[in-house]
Design a protein around this ligand. Structure first.
Ligand code: PLP
Length: 237
């Protein structure tokens, strides 16, 4: 089986599961954007996915993301649009300026210093960068990325006030090994509150390979799915 056929089959299965989750939740499929998280996989896979109709991809590391985008331009078939690039990983302040030049959306804004660095980078690149505030629901694995729920408003206001940033909503990674359901419900509440104050904050980024049906039940607009589409990744060193 070619890699293209493999990706096509996996993508079709994920699409079916998303369609089933939407049907069960009484939601329309077109309320939801699938982001294929291509981290650790080559630019050739991104090109194949784009050819299969994937419009949005996610990456979690710089410079892997930048290098892949550069390589991608030479790999896309004629007439296939370059997918939007979502930066979904933890981001060091000193890399924020670089990421602000190529990312279309940054999902992992979790502290004021990072927001300010992204704003400077976007301004220097003469871009307006879409940003999500990453929310941390604690759990036992403390020290993870994200701002605690009580800190969301303050960080969101800072993003919204930066001319080079556009506040688009919230993102979370459900705590490992816990039922994601209450966390996704809480995220939906936070998103509602934020949208009441900032009309542009209409994105809810939640749901990965293991929990996207629950995220669909709780209003997710963007699913970040890696392994189910691309295959298991080798363990991180
Ligand atoms: C890797 C990653 C994903 C995708 O996870 P899978 O389990 O491969 O679907 C989603 N979000 C973030 C932030 C990630 O780092």
């Amino acid at each position: 089986m070619t890699r293209r056929a493999e990706l096509e089959a996996r993508l079709a299965r994920v699409e079916q599961e998303i369609a089933d989750a939407c049907a069960a939740a009484g939601r329309a499929r077109d309320e939801i954007t699938l982001i294929a998280v291509t981290k650790t996989y080559p630019a050739a896979d991104v090109a194949l996915l784009a050819g299969l109709g994937v419009t949005d991809v996610g990456e979690n590391r710089h410079p892997e993301a930048r290098d892949k985008l550069e390589e991608l331009d030479g790999l896309l078939s004629a007439g296939v649009a370059r997918p939007r690039m979502h930066f979904v990983g933890g981001l060091q302040t000193n890399k924020a300026g670089a990421v602000a030049r190529y990312a279309d959306v940054v999902h992992s804004v979790d502290r004021p210093k990072l927001a300010r660095s992204l704003a400077r980078g976007a301004e220097a690149a003469e871009r307006v960068l879409d940003c999500l505030v990453q929310v941390d629901f604690g759990g036992d694995d403390a020290g993870r990325a994200g701002v605690l729920p009580e800190g969301v408003d303050e960080l969101a206001d800072l993003v919204a006030d930066a001319p080079a940033l556009r506040l688009r909503g919230v993102m979370t990674v459900a705590p490992l090994g816990e039922d994601p359901e209450p966390h996704f419900a809480h995220l939906a509440e936070i998103a509602d509150g934020l949208r009441a104050r900032h009309a542009s904050a209409d994105m809810i980024s939640a749901g990965m390979s293991g929990d996207f049906a629950a995220a669909v039940r709780h209003g997710a607009t963007h699913l970040r799915i890696g392994r189910s589409i691309l295959g298991e990744r080798p363990p991180l060193q």
